[in-house]
Design a protein around this ligand. Structure first.
Ligand code: ADP
Ligand code: MG
Length: 320
């Protein structure tokens, strides 16, 4: 490792996030040494953001630092886990101190907000690529999973759907609603909501690829199907306006990048969940029901069934 690499790591990555007592050894050695609390299970996830695929060239580095961490914390939220540690593998085309300073600010702010410590990583030269591995804890056996949905479960989502998709669709234009742009650039991982739903939800997933696609994963993993009541989908005013103008439900149904949680709840827990949801700043909306018949049916309030001809984002969908 050259001196400049050492200095780079010391300056930008040695003290990022919240210092934690369970980190016996953090950045600096060949490995980090970590103490997993007794009775807890370690929940681990990794996500990569590639320039030109997940974000546009020239994206504000502070927003990128936030988003790269947020999408990983969102996976922990979907499991009901409390985040603790992250590693960061960063591939950079060059050492741009201003870029790194801003990136680390965005990253560190979110890490600190959730009591997370950066405990190691790797720094290499190449096309801009950000890979983050997040580690969190759940009580043993208590994690929310995709394969737990049961017949008759009610389906809920946090927040609103389609905002990030609206911003993505209008990329480059000047009239993107601020609310939509900030949802795309600066998603909020629903960590408190996910943790609060442990013991109440039968299944959960975070919506990164679109509701139909991600709820589809719950259905496939659980061996069930679902009906969605489309008019009940929670949408911001700009997304509502878009749907009305274009008679097109694709934003809330299949646009990704919102990072809301989709959960299924047994009917006997409905009252408790509604009570809990009053403390959710982002809200929680019932949007459908788990059924035996496979597939997802989209029902409009007038009883008509929508035939969505769109699916979620697929990286390799155009390859043969
Ligand atoms: P090695 O060659 O043994 O893999 P490195 O030179 O890659 O070690 O890294 C030295 C130390 O700096 C390690 O503890 C590593 O985890 C940490 N590190 C390197 N890059 C990053 C980064 N981007 N973020 C956080 N820690 C990093
Ligand atoms: Mg290394």
């Amino acid at each position: 490792m050259s001196l400049s690499e050492f200095e780079l790591i010391q300056q930008f990555f040695a003290n990022s996030g919240t210092p934690r007592a369970d980190v016996r050894l953090g950045v600096g050695d060949d490995c980090a040494i970590l103490a997993v609390p007794t009775g807890k299970e370690l929940v681990v996830s990794i996500d990569t953001l590639v320039e030109g695929v997940h974000f546009f060239k020239g994206t504000d580095p502070a927003l990128l630092g936030h988003k790269a961490l947020a999408v990983n914390l969102s996976d922990l939220a979907a499991m009901g886990a409390k985040p603790a540690w992250v590693t960061l593998a960063l591939t950079l085309p060059s050492v741009d101190k201003d870029w790194l300073t801003a990136f680390c600010r965005g990253f560190s702010q979110l890490a600190t907000a959730h009591g997370v410590q950066l405990i190691g990583g790797d720094t290499t030269k190449g096309p801009l690529n950000i890979s983050i591995q997040a580690h969190g804890f759940v009580e043993a056996g208590a994690a929310l999973r995709r394969d737990g949905a049961q017949l008759g479960d009610l389906i809920y989502v946090t927040g609103t759907l389609g905002d990030a998709g609206l911003a993505l669709q209008g990329a480059g234009s000047m009239d993107i609603p601020v609310v939509a742009q900030s949802r795309l650039d600066c998603p909020t991982p629903r960590l408190t909501e996910g943790q609060a739903l442990v013991g109440l939800a039968n299944a959960a997933i975070d919506i990164s690829d679109g509701l139909l696609s991600d709820l589809g994963h719950i259905c496939d993993a659980s061996g069930v199907g679902a009906t969605l009541y489309i008019d009940d989908l929670p949408c911001s005013q700009p997304v509502r306006d878009y749907i009305k103008k274009n008679d097109d439900w694709s934003l809330p149904l299949s646009a990704g990048d919102d990072y809301e949680l989709c959960i299924t709840v047994p009917p006997e827990k409905q009252v408790e969940v509604r009570q809990l949801a009053m403390s959710f700043e982002c809200g929680l909306t019932q949007i459908g029901r788990i059924e035996a018949a496979s597939g997802i049916r989209c029902l409009l309030a007038n009883g008509r069934q929508l035939q969505p001809c769109f699916s979620g984002y697929e990286h390799f969908s155009t390859e043969s």
